[in-house]
Design a protein around this ligand. Sequence first.
Ligand SMILES: NC(=O)c1ccc[n+]([C@@H]2O[C@H](COP(=O)([O-])OP(=O)(O)OC[C@H]3O[C@@H](n4cnc5c(N)ncnc54)[C@H](OP(=O)(O)O)[C@@H]3O)[C@@H](O)[C@H]2O)c1
Length: 300
Amino acid sequence: MIKKATMPTLRLNNGFDMPILGPGVWRINKGGMRDLIINVIKIGYRHFDCAGTFSTPLLLFLLWNSDHGHVIEACKNSLEKLQLEYLDLYLVHFPIASTHIGRVGTTGNTYDGDGVLDIDTTISLETTWHDMESLVFWFPWVGLVRRIGISNYDVFLTRDCLAFSKVKLAVNLIETHPYFQRDSLVRFSQKHGIYVTAHTPLGGAIANAKRFGSISCLDDPVLKDLTEKYKKSVVQIVLRWGIQRNTIVIPKTSSVERLKENFNVFDFKITEEDMEIIKGVDRKHRTNHPTKAWGLDPYA
Ligand SMILES: NC(=O)c1ccc[n+]([C@@H]2O[C@H](COP(=O)([O-])OP(=O)(O)OC[C@H]3O[C@@H](n4cnc5c(N)ncnc54)[C@H](OP(=O)(O)O)[C@@H]3O)[C@@H](O)[C@H]2O)c1
């Protein structure tokens, strides 16, 4: 049994509340998804980040790159699959449009002869954003989508989106964890009323070490030292740190025990001094690289 804890929320710029912790669903085994969702709801999680790439036909909340020119169709397709009337939040998955593959709602890519992602240079991010806005504008009462946002945008692109947006962006979903703190982007977004959701909040741990050769912050000696003081695991320290910098954290695990452990972060507080110490472990180390799949580095 875990302790009953009230899930804190952050109030979005349009007045909706967003739970500060949610389970990640990327790389969760399709077969285990149903039981896992039942378990996460029982434990108390109420926020689900899901996307087309994540092998979860159950849920789709992000617009894939190849659907930039087909926003409305893609959103309706997601709603149909989910058997829902509206989405709470719909995000542009990456600030890049790739060639449409002929149908919406898949996460397929097309490649050129050199194995490099076919990038569509005819659709601007502004066009995509205005199409996202139309999901809100066209259905103002029931709404196909309640809030819209972005994912994997840096400071330059976030600023640009702010400049042309009529419907304010609610969320920027970005990779951030103690080894990739991105304080400038987090602060810039928050200063402009955009909530930051931390994807890969554990730095991808073993999963990204295996897949991308990254270094896991869960092995960091400074973070390990803090476990003694707080009587918490490194994972709990890392998640609590994320929460205390006002980011929403969405750690992924398929293990029910770990889901409980990851949820058990509301009964302690990291001191200001220790928050500063954690600041010092930053390595500016991105652990999730689309480069491998796309044949080019989009962050170059
Ligand atoms: N928008 C985007 O572009 C984007 C990109 C990447 C991720 N995301 C979202 O962010 C979510 C999280 O990212 P992620 O899955 O890449 O990385 P993550 O949550 O930082 O790390 C996942 C890894 O941590 C391990 N882990 C989880 N809880 C643990 C615990 N208590 N003790 C030890 N290890 C633990 C998991 O192992 P086990 O599973 O074996 O427990 C897995 O290896 C995704 O599921 C997805 O929803 C979004």
